[in-house]
Design a binder for this molecule. Structure first.
Ligand code: NAG
Ligand code: NAG
Ligand code: NAG
Ligand code: NAG
Ligand code: NAG
Ligand code: NAG
Ligand code: NAG
Ligand code: NAG
Ligand code: NAG
Ligand code: NAG
Ligand code: NAG
Ligand code: NAG
Length: 845
């Protein structure tokens, strides 16, 4: 997706700079050509009536049609992006003077490129990109020897090499074949196209660049990004006219070649390759260079002033993700350039804050995440560029306080995981994302009420030392989507103005000292997906209006002082719920038997969180935090960040719940972790517990469950943690590899359990059929259980909260991991596009 956008944007630049379609003129339409156009229109499905003007006599004034001023012949037909479908009629052949044909960005439904186009010998410009053509490229195009521009990108030509005949189109100046599933080698004969000025072959699967390409001495733009190129040899070639060279996203290795002969370069993109060694000094001689992107390679060594010697025009510098690159440039360095984008993520920029940034008066974008800076933030940082739009400093050890930012132009600010202290600053008035997590900010946050933040969507103040009440002015942030106040020392009640946050998706306030009941107004936050209020001192009952928040996926109320029963209304928020954690409260009475309605938990697929809606923070590794929450998994209190969406968990442990385990639990076939321990549950373990076949962790310990262990439990092959101890269970532990692999402690302190891993049962003959667990046991369990007594003993547990310190790891299965990274790529693209958009918007204005 990144690449599509990049390429589309790049392509438009080419189109704009290389093609001129002049306006209408006062000439009379030629009747035969009018007929031809009408006949062409007949074949098309013109859904959005774009061709409604194609009716009048004067066809030269029709949409997309251009006639010659002098002869009145139709010379250009430009129907790009016209949402056309249907058939491309050969009546176009009647337009003998047509030199410019653009049918790009329509949808021709996978048909091959029509052969008749090859007979339009007079064509100079042909663009069919992104119009859903497929199949092979017809040889008939070989006769288009007058073509200056051929644009066929973003179609699916089904894994063929570039047709040889293209290299006989001697006049070609622009050839664009990106993202069209071409593979193999770039034909060396393209080196014969000596008039080529642009060659765009990105997003195919080419493995080598033939040296003949470097003979294209008129080339001004070469894009080979997103291929599988592994080596490049430039020595001996002189490419004086090349302005844009994009080799990013390949597997190029070795050192970056000498760039001395590329004296016209404006843009050099070498990111995401395997380039090693030091940056060649010849780059510093590229006096026209505006964009230098060497990010995500394995470059090393010291970056010195000489590397930038003549880069007077440089605007964008990206050396990110070269962890061995050292940018410790002398503090008095006065660079020759004025940058707009500075990106030095995960290079060694520190230990001191780079002073040369002070000379940059107009940068919009500064990103020095994880750049080993251990220094106080200079006061000029916030004011040196009045155009600052985006600043990311996270994952360093930057200290100091942050001044009043209310009148800055900052839209995006991430200073998380540093050592900033003092009060939180007055926030930039028009910011949309502010991330201050993991610092030492202290005191009250009532200052956020001073101004309206009409654009604020993400506010993360978690993991600081903030105190006082949560302010009651949330109506001033009307489009807030994600609020994280977790792990601070906020006290008081949850203020009612939260009810104004209609867009709120994620609310995280765990690990504070909040008390009182959930405000009634919260029922109005109907977009909530993640509610994490664990580890506070909230009282009252679980509100019955909870059913109004029916989009919730994660509801975490663990470790509070909630009492009363679990309301049956909870069964009305079941469609999306993945995580329901009510543990460590004072809940009593029986568990409602309505878990057959939990559709997300009944599904075995990861439900695909709307993760990009949560704080889209790039963390110091360039990946994302979606906000996090803290749950118990396999006995460990764990924090879940990006992997939240893979969690399917029910935890009612450490309450005072009574009665049976509801039969409907077995419907939750996708559940991964179930913890009902430390309650007063009675009765038997539901016989078809084995239907929860994704279960990884099951804790039913410390209850008064009786009867046998159902044999179906032995069928849960994914089970990695089991605790049935401290119950009244009896009988033989069902055999099967799974249940025998657990420690004896998993079964300890029961009435009469026996068999591996516990000591042998005294009279094995009493239960002969247990050797065949898969077949028959459900009924048998039922019979045995039918005479079981249900004993209710109420137990009061002290409860515990505040275990927020233990970080465990959640080891995903491989398939999940793949899904996860796919998701995270998609979200990365989303952020990339957003940032790119607003930076470019800002530039234009
Ligand atoms: C045709 O008309 C356009 C403006 O309508 C003008 O720019 C162009 O030079 C004209 N071409 C010729 C060949 O007269
Ligand atoms: C190209 O044009 C020549 C002469 O006009 C013709 O003989 C030949 O068949 C054409 N080739 C194709 C592939 O259409
Ligand atoms: C095109 O280039 C190849 C080598 O790359 C050469 O053998 C061939 O003669 C050239 N063809 C023409 C028509 O120049
Ligand atoms: C490049 O062109 C020169 C002369 O035009 C020729 O001698 C040389 O062989 C060509 N190189 C390649 C790799 O085609
Ligand atoms: C570069 O990659 C190629 C192909 O993968 C390999 O043969 C070559 O040894 C590599 N060179 C270096 C310097 O790593
Ligand atoms: C913060 O800056 C704004 C704009 O410059 C100003 O109006 C406001 O009074 C300042 N606030 C404080 C507390 O300094
Ligand atoms: C909570 O915040 C403190 C800083 O106030 C930090 O040291 C601690 O690691 C944070 N805890 C978690 C679980 O992030
Ligand atoms: C759930 O909501 C429906 C209608 O919205 C209502 O009829 C039903 O009684 C509710 N069920 C529970 C358990 O609250
Ligand atoms: C738990 O709730 C009961 C009432 O349901 C109350 O009597 C008891 O004090 C509560 N226990 C704690 C520790 O708050
Ligand atoms: C729950 O599911 C049952 C059928 O399985 C259905 O009759 C009932 O209406 C559902 N309840 C809710 C609240 O969706
Ligand atoms: C970042 O990457 C490093 C090394 O690859 C790893 O040790 C660290 O845990 C990562 N940190 C985060 C927050 O992902
Ligand atoms: C279940 O919850 C209790 C406390 O509520 C905890 O001690 C236990 O470790 C949890 N079990 C698992 C498997 O996480």
């Amino acid at each position: 997706m990144i690449s599509d956008k990049r390429i589309a944007i790049k392509f438009f630049v080419v189109v704009l700079s290389c093609v001129f379609v002049t306006g209408d003129a006062e000439v009379r339409c030629i009747e035969s050509e009018r007929e031809a156009l009408l006949s062409f229109k007949k074949g098309l499905i013109n859904k959005y009536s774009i061709l409604s003007s194609w009716r009048s006599d004067e066809c030269c004034k029709w949409y997309g049609v251009e006639c010659s001023n002098t002869t009145a012949h139709v010379i250009a037909l430009d129907l790009r992006g016209a949402n056309l479908r249907g058939k491309i009629g050969s009546s176009l052949l009647e337009l003998h003077h047509l030199t410019h044909l653009d049918l790009s960005r329509n949808d021709f439904g996978g048909i091959p490129i029509p052969k008749f186009i090859g007979s339009m010998k007079q064509l100079q410009y042909l663009s069919l990109w992104g119009s859903h053509f497929s199949g092979s490229i017809p040889n008939h195009l070989v006769n288009l020897t007058n073509l200056r521009s051929l644009v066929l990108g973003e179609n699916d030509f089904g894994g063929i090499p570039i047709p040889e005949f293209i290299s006989s189109m001697k006049q070609l100046q622009h050839l664009s074949l990106w993202n069209s599933n071409f593979l193999g080698i770039v034909p060396p004969r393209l080196g014969n196209l000596t008039n080529l000025r642009t060659l765009h072959l990105s997003q195919n699967d080419f493995v080598t660049i033939p040296p003949q390409l470097w003979n294209l001495t008129n080339l001004c733009s070469l894009d080979l990004s997103f291929n599988s190129l592994s080596s490049i040899s430039l020595s001996g070639f002189v490419l004086e006219s090349l302005e844009i060279l994009d080799l990013s996203y390949n597997q190029l290795n070795g050192s970056i070649p000498d760039m001395g002969t590329f004296s016209s370069l404006i843009e050099l993109q070498l990111s995401v390759n395997n380039f090693a060694g030091s940056i060649p000094l010849s780059i510093g001689q590229l006096s026209k260079l505006q964009v230098l992107d060497l990010s995500s390679n394995s470059l090393e060594g010291l970056v010195s002033k000489s590397h930038f010697m003549k880069l007077h025009k440089l605007k964008k510098l990206d050396l990110s993700f070269n962890p061995l690159l050292n940018l410790d440039i002398a503090p008095d360095w006065s660079p020759p350039f004025q940058l707009s984008d500075i990106s030095l993520i995960r290079c060694n920029v520190g230990p001191y804050f780079p002073k040369w940034i002070r000379t940059q008066r107009s940068f919009a974008y500064l990103d020095v995440r994880g750049a080993n800076i251990r220094d106080e933030a200079p006061t000029w940082l916030w004011s040196t560029s009045s155009l600052l739009v985006s600043i990311s400093l996270s994952g360093n050890q930057i200290s100091g306080t942050i001044p009043n930012l209310s009148s800055t132009s900052i839209l995006y600010m991430d200073v998380s995981y540093n050592q900033f202290s003092g009060p939180i600053p007055l926030l930039p008035a028009y910011a949309s994302e502010i991330l201050l997590s993991g610092n030492m900010f202290s005191g009250s946050i009532s200052s956020i009420c001073k101004t309206r933040h009409r654009d604020l969507q993400y506010l993360d103040l978690s993991n600081n030392q903030l105190t006082g009440e949560v302010p009651d002015c949330w109506e001033k942030m009307p489009i807030l989507q994600s609020l994280n106040l977790a792990n601070n020392s906020f006290s008081g009640e949850i203020p009612p103005s939260f009810g104004n946050l209609e867009e709120l998706v994620a609310l995280q306030m765990h690990g504070n000292d909040l008390f009182g009941e959930l405000p009634y107004s919260m029922r109005l936050c109907q977009n909530l997906i993640l509610i994490d209020l664990g580890g506070n001192m909230l009282t009252g009952e679980i509100p019955i209006w909870i059913d109004q928040l029916d989009g919730v996926k994660i509801l975490n109320l663990r470790g509070n002082k909630l009492h009363g029963s679990i309301p049956t209304k909870i069964c009305n928020i079941t469609v999306y719920i993945d995580v329901l954690d009510l543990s460590l409260n004072n809940l009593s009475s029986i568990i409602p038997d309505c878990f057959n309605n939990f559709s997300a938990l009944a599904s075995k697929d990861p439900t695909g969180f709307y993760t990009s809606l949560f704080a889209p923070t790039d963390n110091i590794n360039g990946s994302k935090h979606y906000g996090y929450s803290s749950f118990q998994w396999k006995g460990k209190e764990s924090e879940y960040w990006d992997n939240l969406e893979f969690l399917k968990l029910i935890d009612f442990s450490s309450n005072r719940l009574t009665g049976n385990i509801p039969k409907s639990f077995s419907s939750m076939r996708g559940l991964r972790s179930l913890n009902l321990s430390r309650n007063s549950l009675t009765g038997y373990i539901i016989p078809d517990i084995g239907k929860m076949e994704m279960l990884d962790s099951l804790d039913l310990s410390h209850n008064q469950l009786s009867g046998n262990i159902p044999t179906s439990l032995a069928r849960i092959y994914t089970l990695g943690f089991l605790d049935l101890s401290n119950n009244n269970l009896s009988g033989k532990i069902p055999t099967g590899t799974q249940l025998q692999s657990f420690n004896a402690s998993a079964y300890a302190k029961n009435d009469g359990l026996c068999g591996n891993p516990l000591p042998k049962c005294p009279g094995e003959s009493l239960r002969p059929s247990t050797t065949d667990p898969v077949e028959n046991m459900d009924e048998k369990d039922g019979n045995i259980l039918s005479f079981m007594q249900e004993v209710a003993i109420s137990m009061v547990f002290g409860f515990i909260f505040g275990f927020w310190g233990v970080v465990g790891s959640f080891i995903l299965k491989k398939s999940w991991r793949i899904a996860f990274f796919n998701m995270f790529d998609a979200a990365g693209d989303w952020l990339y596009v957003r940032v790119a958009l607003f930076v470019s918007k800002w530039r234009r204005s």
